[in-house]
Design a protein around this ligand. Structure first.
Ligand code: GAL
Length: 827
């Protein structure tokens, strides 16, 4: 048989197929990441799979792609995958492989930060707490027991991924993998063993043969072939330790996380864009937004102590997965422009000019094309660059991009994207949305702990709460003390004194509640002291400790204590004499968790499901369970649970934990500034922050996939005592959209799928103020801008209006004033 042309065609297609099954070759040089011999510009964003739901992933990743990203980064979270030693969980929202395949389906690259230490404001930095309890184990250092566990988990992940051919070398999306995380920030506290561990991490990772490069972030002495990379708000000045490796920015913090008691962060679109443009101006090869979508710390995944349930981060996609405008749109435009210059940026010759006063020009030239960046790092003075006979104005703290070195198509300080103000709407599916019908029950079997001091095990010491393997936030510490009236300590001025580690303590004596105490974020201990009336004879002391996430960061963060550290003492005061009875070496009995949690009282198949009462609904009662049913909010907008009125606790919707709630914890008063937010100057986490004096977190995201069409159940465990009657479900949507376009750009406006119902303000000139409170400036166009925009936009889902004098007539503005069209629309 001879081969026909068709056969040859078939064979050659087979060859192509086989080649792609072999995957891509990912390498790097001093300039860029190279995929199959081509240098690539990588613009990536972090989305952590367990901080959203599997149902949300396709939409989040699609929006990331539409936002101009070509890669998605995630950590791998060891403690959710190996909750007990050698028992693994990759189901549901923990389905890492499904997440990676979703990235692949969208044709995006992926960066996999395996860790397995991740930090990430995640409980215990991602380490399972059982690790801590392994005999002889020391974490993140040259310790065989630890290294064996780390290698076991890391290889398990690598093997799973190889099995699914998800490394780029196999045809999959993963182009880079990370081992460890910011070890360089803490290495000095581990001495020589730290250095040995670092080298071991590198060779262990290498031995896994993944076929793509490994990175180590914040690790200035990363051993070759590990690539060291930068994390921070600005990384344009970063140079890797090896000149043959590209400039990689693994974490560009788009905002900041929130802690209980902390304000709402805001990092302006102008400043993030400035940082990104400067990075690529200075030869950056890959940058990753940390976070692109922050999401939610569901269940007990929040780290800490004191990290809030929301992990919104002021990221380009908000906690609910909808665009955070103008950040999302302003960055999208930047990405598209940078990608249009990809070849010139990665292959061109670079020529930089220092114009003085923090003004720099960079020209990339390839063949006959040039692309220019003019960057002004001065915080207050605008500047003018004269380039090839033309003057270009560059506002303070901004970068202008001229893809052809002639026309400025983008300036990081000029926002040509709409701003959205989100609103919460009540659940229209309920007749009386704010008055859900509640039933309640006390925590089960409380007398066992409060009165009888009955636990699961006992020992003659006070233990760190990590001993309980983090099966629950709650650990009961119980002891009894025998005091006779002739005891030298006996007086009418006796108190109980407890040294605790900063988490929450509720103290009970002889079944009666005494008092509670807790610290604030960043404070790792306090002394509780309270006067107490003891009985002659036996007294039962019960201390309930509630952790708020284990420490996730710092040198030897893993041994930072949690729970009650001791000593626990009875203090008797007689005149100027103080007598102390140290109870620390008494017999202490322990119970982890709550009976209601053990019995999963929050799920409909609990054996206590029927034992709820609708009578005498108690308010402000500690350790109380509440339950109600609700109808799914109409429409498709994301759902939030308004928890106003409650103290602190946990909430479940149809058995799914939506995280810890703590609306009674107010954001501190003094960190928010009353000045108008100025994007200029270096960002820090409280700059432009808001929400001071308000509940740190009043609303809690309830993913639509937790909600059924019919009746739904909400269960609360209220630890402090609160009033559930104000609790209600709401939907989150755009309330006001403010369009903005500088002269000769198009103003695009949309209400995210709903029609624009009215235009409240429109002006072409030097408009002052911010979205929600605009004022016409000193110069404004002659025509009635409001009616022009009204007729172009009202009733439509989106509209485009040219911000030009031909549309609006002349606006007589002084030289140097940039004219813009500003519109405020009601959605
Ligand atoms: C970095 C760390 C991240 C995250 C970030 C702050 O130091 O690598 O995991 O914790 O800080 O959000």
């Amino acid at each position: 048989m001879s081969f026909s042309k068709n056969h040859l065609f078939f064979l050659s297609s087979l060859l192509i197929l086989t080649c792609s099954a072999f995957g891509s070759q990912v390498s790097h040089d001093g300039r860029a990441i190279t995929i199959d011999g081509q240098r690539k510009l990588i613009i990536s964003g972090s989305i952590h799979y367990p901080r959203s739901t599997a149902e949300m992933w396709p939409d989040l990743i699609k929006k990331a792609k539409e936002g101009g990203l070509n890669a998605i980064e995630t950590y791998v979270f060891w403690n959710i995958h190996e909750p007990q030693r050698r028992q693994y969980d990759f189901s549901g929202n923990n389905d890492l492989i499904r997440f990676l395949k979703t990235i692949q389906d969208q044709g995006l690259h992926s960066i996999l930060r395996i860790g397995p230490y991740v930090c990430a404001e995640w409980n215990y930095g991602g380490f399972p707490v059982w690790l801590h309890n392994m005999p002889g184990l020391e974490m993140r250092t040259a310790n065989d027991v630890f290294m064996n566990e780390m290698q076991n988990f890391t290889s398990l992940i690598v093997h799973m991924i190889k099995k699914e051919s998800l490394f780029a070398s196999q045809g999959g999306p993963i182009i880079l993998a990370q081992i460890e995380n910011e070890y360089g920030n803490v290495i000095s506290s581990y001495g020589d063993a730290g250095k040995a561990y670092l080298n071991w991490c590198a060779s262990m990772a290498e031995s896994l043969n993944i076929g793509v490069p490994w990175i180590m972030c914040q690790e200035s002495d990363a051993p070759e072939p590990m690539l060291n990379t930068c994390n921070g708000y600005y990384c344009d000045q970063f140079t890797p330790n090896n000149p043959n490796t590209p400039k990689i920015w693994t974490e560009n913090w788009t905002g900041w996380f929130k802690n209980w008691g902390g304000p709402d962060p805001l990092r302006t679109a102008e400043d993030v864009a400035f940082a990104v443009a400067r990075f690529y101006q200075n030869g950056g090869a890959l940058q990753n937004y940390y976070m692109y979508h922050g999401g939610t710390n569901f269940g007990r995944t929040a780290g800490g102590p004191y990290i809030s349930t929301t992990y919104d981060y002021d990221a380009p996609l908000n906690e609910y997965g909808t665009p955070n405008q103008p950040k999302y749109g302003h960055l999208t435009q930047l990405h598209n422009i940078l990608m249009s210059m990809e070849r010139t940026l990665t292959y061109g010759n670079v020529n930089s000019t220092d114009y003085g006063n923090s003004l720099y020009g960079t020209v990339y030239t390839l063949d006959n094309t040039s692309s220019c960046f003019f960057g002004n790092g001065n915080e207050t003075s605008d500047a003018t660059v004269n380039y090839q006979g033309v003057d270009y104005n560059v506002p303070a703290w901004s970068v202008s991009i001229l893809p052809d070195c002639k026309t400025e198509v983008y300036n990081t300080a000029k926002v040509n994207t709409q701003t959205n103000l989100m609103v919460k709407k009540s659940n229209e599916a309920e007749a009386e949305p704010a008055s859900l019908k509640w039933s309640w029950r006390p925590e089960i079997n409380l007398e066992q702990t409060l009165v009888q001091g009955k636990g699961q095990l006992s020992t003659s010491m006070i233990v760190d709460q990590k001993v309980a393997n983090d099966v629950s936030d709650y650990l009961w510490y119980m002891t009894s003390v025998n005091l006779e009236k002739d005891d030298p300590i006996w007086t009418d001025n006796m108190s109980i004194r407890v040294n605790a580690t900063g988490h929450i303590l509720h103290a009970y004596v002889n079944g009666d509640y005494l008092d509670s105490q807790w610290a604030t974020y960043g404070v790792s201990n306090y002394v509780f002291e309270k006067k107490v009336k003891l009985n002659p004879g036996t007294n039962q002391i019960t201390l309930l400790s509630a952790t708020i996430g284990f420490q996730n960061y710092g040198p030897r963060f893993d041994i930072v204590q949690a729970g009650i550290s001791g000593p626990v003492e009875i203090v008797g005061r007689k005149g100027d004499e103080t007598i102390i009875k140290d109870l620390s070496l008494h017999k202490w009995s322990y119970k982890a968790g709550l009976h209601g949690l053990d019995d999963k009282i929050y799920s409909s198949d609990s054996k206590f499901a029927a034992q709820w009462s609708t009578e005498n609904l108690p308010l402000n009662r500690m350790l109380t369970w509440y339950k109600t049913t609700f109808k799914a909010p109409l429409g498709e907008d994301p759902v939030a649970l308004d928890m106003q009125g409650l103290g602190k606790g946990m909430a479940w919707v149809n058995g799914n934990s939506i995280g810890r709630y703590w609306p009674s914890y107010m954001a501190e008063d003094d960190v928010c500034s009353t000045d108008v937010c100025d994007y200029r100057g270096s960002y820090y986490s409280t700059k432009c922050a808001s929400n001071c004096g308000q509940p740190t977190q009043r609303w809690y995201h309830v993913p639509r996939s937790f909600i059924n069409d019919g009746d739904n159940e909400l269960v609360l465990f209220e630890e402090f005592g609160g009033n559930p009657t104000l609790v209600n479900f709401q939907t989150v949507t755009v309330g006001t959209a403010c369009g903005s376009a500088y002269e000769n750009k198009n103003m695009e406006l949309s209400c995210q799928g709903r029609p624009i119902s009215a235009i409240k303000f429109a002006s072409f000139g030097d408009v002052q103020g911010t979205c929600g409170s605009y004022d016409k400036g000193s110069c404004t166009s002659e025509t009635d801008a409001l009616s022009i925009v009204q007729s172009a936009c009202v009733g439509k889902e989106s509209c485009t209006v040219s911000a030009s004098e031909s549309t609006f007539g002349t606006a007589d503005c002084a030289d140097g004033i940039s004219k813009r069209l500003i519109v405020e629309a009601v959605c």
